[in-house]
Design a protein around this ligand. Structure first.
Ligand code: ZN
Length: 215
């Protein structure tokens, strides 16, 4: 079953491998990831955050499922150029209710493949630039907490510990495998370079109908 994983799930520390296959399993996975992202009210989600050690992420800066034309998929992304620095507060779906200021490049040039396998290159700024850098960090196993300065890290350490305890508890309850089993699974997926059919459960294959907002 595809679901968003929280710290310290080993996938969040995995240096992901290039995606090698854009097939139906992959397209279904992307669709399911958008649903999970909207349910969690996020604007971006990286493959690592659903325990897939592959280099891709999705974005919709509106966080609005009614605006699917704003959806973007970045496959095997590369940041080619960075320009000037800006600091803003960030959160992360894998670190629930934890926020802190992160310094990022203001402008970047990014190159990636889209869902149709076309290569796209763009100069971006503002929230899009920040979101791409945040998600790209995930693909390298880097979290916002790694980029916090010492005072922010100190101010958020109790919250981080709380998130960690909750994840460890879910492992003892059998909701997640132990770290060794997760690592083995990640290595197998990374080597495959695509989505293995058993990644998606029956429920993932039958997308839920979106609930209308304000209903
Ligand atoms: Zn994140």
């Amino acid at each position: 079953m595809l679901r968003i994983v929280t710290f310290p799930h080993p996938a969040l520390r995995y240096k992901s491998q290039p995606l090698r296959r854009i097939d139906d399993e992959f397209r279904l996975t992307v669709r399911r990831m958008f649903e999970l992202m909207y349910e969690a009210k996020g604007i971006g989600l990286a493959a690592n955050q659903v325990a897939l050690p592959l280099r891709f992420f999705i974005l919709n800066l509106t966080a609005d499922p009614e605006q699917p034309e704003q959806e973007q998929v970045f496959i095997n992304p590369e940041i080619l150029k960075r320009e000037s620095v800006v600091e803003e507060e960030e959160g992360c779906l894998s670190l629930p209710a934890l926020y802190g200021k992160v310094r990022r490049s203001k402008k970047i040039r990014v190159r990636a493949f889209d869902l149709h396998g076309r290569q796209v290159e763009a100069d971006v700024d503002g929230l899009l630039s920040r979101a791409i850098q945040h998600e790209n960090d995930h693909l390298d196993g880097t979290l916002i907490t790694d980029r916090f300065d010492a005072p922010v890290r100190a101010a958020t350490s109790a919250k981080l510990r709380e998130i960690e305890v909750a994840f460890r508890k879910s492992q003892t309850e059998g909701i997640f495998d132990d770290d060794t089993a997760i690592q083995a699974r990640l290595a197998a997926l990374a080597q495959h370079g695509g989505i293995l059919p058993d990644v998606l459960s029956e429920a993932d294959r039958q997308p839920s109908t979106p609930t209308p907002q304000n209903a």
